[in-house]
Design a binder for this molecule. Structure first.
Ligand code: AMP
Length: 555
């Protein structure tokens, strides 16, 4: 396909505002793509390389202005181009506003003969440009780019400039291309979507749909060395997860940086969350995988910086390591890194994206020498809030960020911020509540009070709103018991009534209407935070504040 045809199509799409019309225009263009289809798709999306490819053109605005200026003639320099950009507001319009093609013999491809540019040639020149490295690379890039601009008509220049600066902006996004591929080659959107998730390459998927249809798309698999988009998490609550799922998968939320590990049995490649190759800066993670993993795998995990005792350091330390390109050995001495792998996308020739989390986790454990290792993040399966709370308390005490809640039966959905992974929302509000009752503990804890009934102030009295049993250490339980015992007014079995005297600061996830307590409300997932020694019951929070919190979410 001639580059002029691509430019004309881009211009037509650019002018169209209706989404469906844009989709049809893209679909029609794809049908005419032929051998250039993959490139055409990428160009329409404003990219030269597929998303999984770490290569970049690395053309700064100034270099682009320079190339445009050179092609525009001797009286134009990069500053003029920049001035015109300030006037016109967008680089495509600037490039289109000059008359190119008159600059003879200034570069290998800029002979001014206006030999027809093709999509394939533009792509191959840009690849050549991306490969330029080291001393003189800027000059090479300038030459190549100038050579291209020098052969451009207005529209060609408009879209070339936008393409090389990654500012295509013609209204064609991934969603449009996905639908257009399905429309153009009569395949299902789902199969296109699946192939995109696995390959991260719109060009490849379009080409496969064209050549092999639905069957061809089904043959697209994960490939070791080709990163996929990371599955993402939403915020959520423990109570919500317990309501929605039979069992809740709970993991520590590590405070580090995401890493995708690709191991083909010999070589390890590491990718960041943005699918950049970060193998070089992280040699100890490479060594860990080589040493510990037996089979070819694709793993998902978090890399954490640790101090000499192995305690986590702030995540900025990890990011510093990720960006480090020189003196890696020195950086390694300064900050040690640990891998916490939490998912397994592929093992030993088998794609596992569709398998439930528990199965993927089993495969993860198996991949690490078949035994539980410190590199494998533990997955707990929980059915009650107390257990989850315990895990969270330990995670926070261990210096981690918190916990993740995961649906144990859910597949791995690349790039999706769905409900199947939830990061527990930190408490936004706390309430100061009066202790009006308690229960004696059992067994080892028979001599201390364990579960505490909490009340809000209401008129002259108090109304119950919940019970708290979690978040208190054994030591605190003994102190609290000493504090409350003098106020016990009645006992029945292990239950005691307590005169209002002591105020607890309590965190919670949510307040719900509930007939269980006399206030008409119940706290979901309440946690003891502290004893408000500075507060008397008369200073505790009122029912009116609770009502305001329920109505507005804040007060
Ligand atoms: P956030 O960055 O706050 O959206 O939280 C999601 C991020 O937490 C993920 O992208 C991971 O980098 C990180 N993370 C830490 N531990 C885990 C875990 N066990 N499971 C999933 N993600 C985790």
């Amino acid at each position: 396909m001639d580059f002029a045809e691509f430019a004309a199509t881009a211009a037509a799409i650019d002018e169209e505002t209706a989404d469906l019309e844009i989709q049809s225009l893209v679909a029609e263009t794809l049908q005419e793509g032929g051998d250039d289809l993959a490139t055409l798709v990428r160009f329409l999306l404003g990219r030269v390389f597929p998303a999984h490819d770490s290569r970049t053109l690395d053309i700064g605005p100034r270099l682009c202005y320079e190339a445009i200026a050179r092609a525009a003639g001797q009286n134009v320099d990069a500053d003029d181009v920049e001035t015109r950009l300030a006037e016109l507001g967008e680089i495509g319009a600037v490039a289109a506003s000059y008359d190119f093609g008159g600059q003879q013999g200034l570069a290998a491809f800029g002979d001014g003969s206006r030999e027809t540019l093709t999509v394939a040639e533009v792509e191959s020149r840009l690849r050549e440009l991306a490969a330029a490295d080291g001393a003189g690379s800027q000059e090479t890039k300038l030459d190549v780019l100038f050579g291209l601009f020098n052969r451009c008509s207005d529209d060609e220049a408009r879209y070339l400039a936008r393409l090389v600066l990654a500012e295509m902006r013609i209204g064609v996004g991934g969603g449009t291309v996905r639908e257009a591929i399905a429309e153009a080659f009569d395949v299902s959107v789902e199969s296109v979507q699946r192939a995109l998730q696995l390959s991260n390459d719109y060009g490849l998927v379009a080409e496969t749909a064209q050549d092999g249809g639905e069957d061809g798309l089904a043959e697209i698999h994960l490939e070791i060395g080709r990163p996929v988009q990371a599955m993402l998490a939403q915020t959520g609550t423990v109570s919500g997860a317990l309501d929605d799922w039979d069992r809740v998968g709970v993991e520590v939320k590590y405070d580090g940086a995401r890493v995708q590990v690709h191991y083909d049995g010999e070589e390890v490649t590491l990718y960041s969350r943005n699918m950049e190759d970060v193998t070089e800066p992280l040699p100890e993670i490479v060594a860990t995988v080589e040493e510990r993993v037996d089979v070819p795998v694709i793993l998902d995990g978090e890399v954490v910086a640790v101090d000499d005792e192995g305690s986590p350091l702030p995540f900025q330390q990890v990011l510093r390591r990720f960006r480090r390109k020189h003196d890696v050995a020195k950086a390694q001495e300064d900050v040690a890194l640990r891998l916490h792998a939490f998912d397994c996308l592929h093992a030993d020739g088998e794609d596992l994206l569709g398998a439930p989390l528990v199965e993927r986790h089993d495969r993860l454990v198996a991949a690490f020498d078949g035994e539980k290792s410190s590199e494998v993040s533990k997955l707990w399966l929980c059915e009650d809030a107390e257990t989850i709370e315990g895990i969270e308390t330990d995670a926070l005490a261990g210096g981690h960020e918190g916990i993740m809640l995961k649906q144990p039966d859910a597949p791995y959905t690349p790039g999706k911020r769905g409900q199947n992974w939830r990061k527990r929302k930190p408490d936004v509000e706390t309430l100061d509540l009066v202790v009006t009752g308690a229960e004696w503990g059992e067994g080892r804890r028979a001599s201390v009070l364990g579960t505490f009934e909490l009340s809000v102030r209401a008129g002259d009295g108090y109304e119950t709103i919940g019970k708290v049993a979690t978040g208190i250490t054994d030591e605190q339980l003994a102190d609290v018991t000493d504090l409350l015992e003098p106020y016990i007014v009645a006992e029945s079995g292990t239950d005691v009534d307590i005169d209002p005297a002591v105020v607890f600061e309590v965190g919670y996830e949510e307040i719900q209407s509930s007939p269980t307590y006399s206030s008409g409300y119940a706290l979901r997932f309440p946690r003891f935070l502290s004893i408000r020694e500075d507060k008397a019951p008369a200073d505790a929070d009122s029912l009116a504040r609770v009502e305001r919190l329920v109505e507005t979410g804040d007060d």
